[in-house]
Design a protein around this ligand. Structure first.
Ligand code: DHB
Ligand code: MG
Length: 230
């Protein structure tokens, strides 16, 4: 019993330490400004699920965008525009950010969020099923960074398109690829199966160098990051 109690206390202390670390990194490196906070507030008011990326993930997207000298960024799945604002801000003023959103009401919210955050000059929201919209982007390719954060079953198809619409040195990032470890187990669930297949593909495709990085939800979820090899 005493052993169990001290083990539990140790785990609780570790969880607390992880929380303190996340808060300190967020405070020092990834503080939200008014534009990001307004986007979150508007999304909440509209009843969108609160499943946007974390500030640390937002800053990490910016870091990767700058690392690949991104002039053109594509996002699949806009949600409330929160990740879009982080990404658009990593672009030069003449850069282009295109985000694909299936829900027209959400798309309107996203346009508003971009306006409020002062990035609408470089942003376009396209409305429709991403798999229908992606073939029309070939004449705007290559994109320097592609961020996938939409419905999970088609993740492998989104990867096919990301490869088609990228160049050597482009960075392809997908959210929610760890899922408490379920991202690496066989699954009957259609969404999880999509993620599992995505992970397998990026780990073995010779055109990519890839890594999953736990960085969200108390280090139980995170990005799959791939660079298209030169
Ligand atoms: C879900 C989707 C996401 O993109 C996410 O970051 C978290 C949860 C979901 O569909 O449940
Ligand atoms: Mg997500």
């Amino acid at each position: 019993m005493t052993n169990d109690n001290s083990e539990l206390a140790g785990l609780q202390q570790q969880a607390k330490t992880r929380q303190i670390i996340v808060e300190a990194i967020t405070h020092q490196f990834a503080a939200e400004d008014e534009g990001l906070q307004r986007a979150l507030q508007a999304a909440r008011q509209a009843g969108l699920p609160e499943i946007q990326i974390s500030p640390i993930q937002g800053k990490f997207l910016q870091l990767m965008a700058v690392a690949c000298n991104a002039q053109k960024i594509l996002e699949i799945g806009s949600l409330g525009g929160y990740s879009g604002i982080w990404l658009a801000r990593a672009l030069p003023t003449n850069g282009r950010f295109i985000t694909l959103e299936i829900n027209p009401k959400h798309a309107e919210l996203v346009r508003n969020a971009f306006e409020q955050a002062g990035v609408s000059d470089r942003c376009t929201v396209r409305v429709g099923n991403a798999l229908d919209l992606l073939p029309h982007l070939e004449n705007e390719a290559p994109f320097d960074l592609i961020f996938i954060d939409a419905d999970k079953p088609p993740y492998p198809q989104y990867l096919d398109w990301a490869l088609r619409l990228s160049r050597p040195g482009s960075i392809i990032v997908a959210d929610n690829c760890i899922r408490s470890g379920k991202g690496f187990e066989e699954s009957q669930d259609e969404g999880m199966a999509g993620i599992v297949a995505y992970n397998k593909r990026i780990a073995s495709d010779p055109r990519l160098i890839s890594l999953d990085l736990a960085m969200d939800d108390d280090y139980t979820d995170g990005f799959a990051i791939s660079v298209v090899r030169w």
